[in-house]
Design a protein around this ligand. Structure first.
Ligand SMILES: [Zn+2]
Length: 263
């Protein structure tokens, strides 16, 4: 029975992942994510249901468009797989709870943010607004029911999460502006992204997510510089690290805190 639920959650994730691919391609181009129906970006042939089966269509067609033979970005495959896998991981961690639904929603938004920021170095406002919408629903819910990741039951906890998350990155951004006369040290997109994350994580886990993001971002920059793939002046998108830090906090944040308090 459990395995049936797991397969169901995985397939749900694949279907959502397939829609996230549409969002990742179209939102930065200012196109609607619901119409027109999916088509090949090269030959514009409208895709049939058989072309739209997550994971399998891509493998069957040998990573090319079936109509014009133009190679298809492997991103389509990996976004679907990642969305399916993360859905199952969240379900294994939280079971059938409101927490599962809430973090699933946030995760789907963050997957789109992750891939759009890597490719275009922007975080679309639509995604931030969708996250804030979900965060507002969660805010009302937690007035009546405890939301364990917050760590306490004060009603303002998620609001403080929003304030410290966005506030911290805003401070970094202003500092960058003052010291380097550059607005590229920390983009406003990152500042905005922390608003929904703060609502979903509460202030404690938001701080942990930021801490993780800084460490992961710093280590990755160091590796890129050491291997000559970047210089100290390169602009490296930060949102992917915020996303990774958020997922770590959601899945293992409190374990990390307890482990740290014991050593
Ligand atoms: Zn084509």
């Amino acid at each position: 029975m459990e395995i049936t639920y797991g397969v169901f959650v995985f397939i749900l994730g694949l279907v959502i992942g397939s829609y996230l691919n549409v969002c990742i391609y179209r939102i930065p181009r200012g196109e609607s994510t619901v119409s027109p129906p999916s088509h090949c970006p090269n030959c514009h042939t409208c895709l049939k249901p058989v072309d739209l089966i997550p994971l399998l269509s891509y493998l069957w067609a040998r990573r090319k468009c079936r109509y014009c033979r133009q190679p298809i970005s492997p991103r389509y495959f990996w976004v679907e797989l990642l969305t399916g896998v993360l859905s199952v991981v969240l379900w294994l961690r939280f079971g059938w709870t409101i927490d599962f639904v809430a973090f699933l929603f946030l995760t789907y938004i963050l997957i789109a943010v992750f891939f759009i920021d890597i490719e275009h170095m922007i975080i679309p406002d639509q995604l931030v607004m969708a996250g804030l919408g979900g965060g507002a629903v969660l805010f009302v819910y937690q007035l009546f029911q405890p939301f364990p990741i917050y760590g306490d039951r004060s009603w303002w906890n998620p609001l403080l999460g929003l304030a410290v998350g966005s506030g911290f990155l805003l401070a970094v951004s202003l500092l960058g502006l003052a010291l380097y006369k550059s607005d590229e040290v920390m983009g406003m997109g990152d500042v905005k992204l922390l608003a929904p994350i703060g609502l979903f994580l509460g202030w404690r886990m938001t701080l942990l997510a930021l801490f993780m993001a800084v460490i992961l971002g710093g280590l990755s920059s160091l590796v890129l510089i050491l291997f000559g793939k970047a210089t100290r002046k390169s602009v490296i998108p930060f949102a992917p690290f915020i996303v990774l830090g958020t997922w770590i906090s959601i899945l293992w944040g409190w374990q990390i805190v307890h482990w740290y308090l014991e050593i």
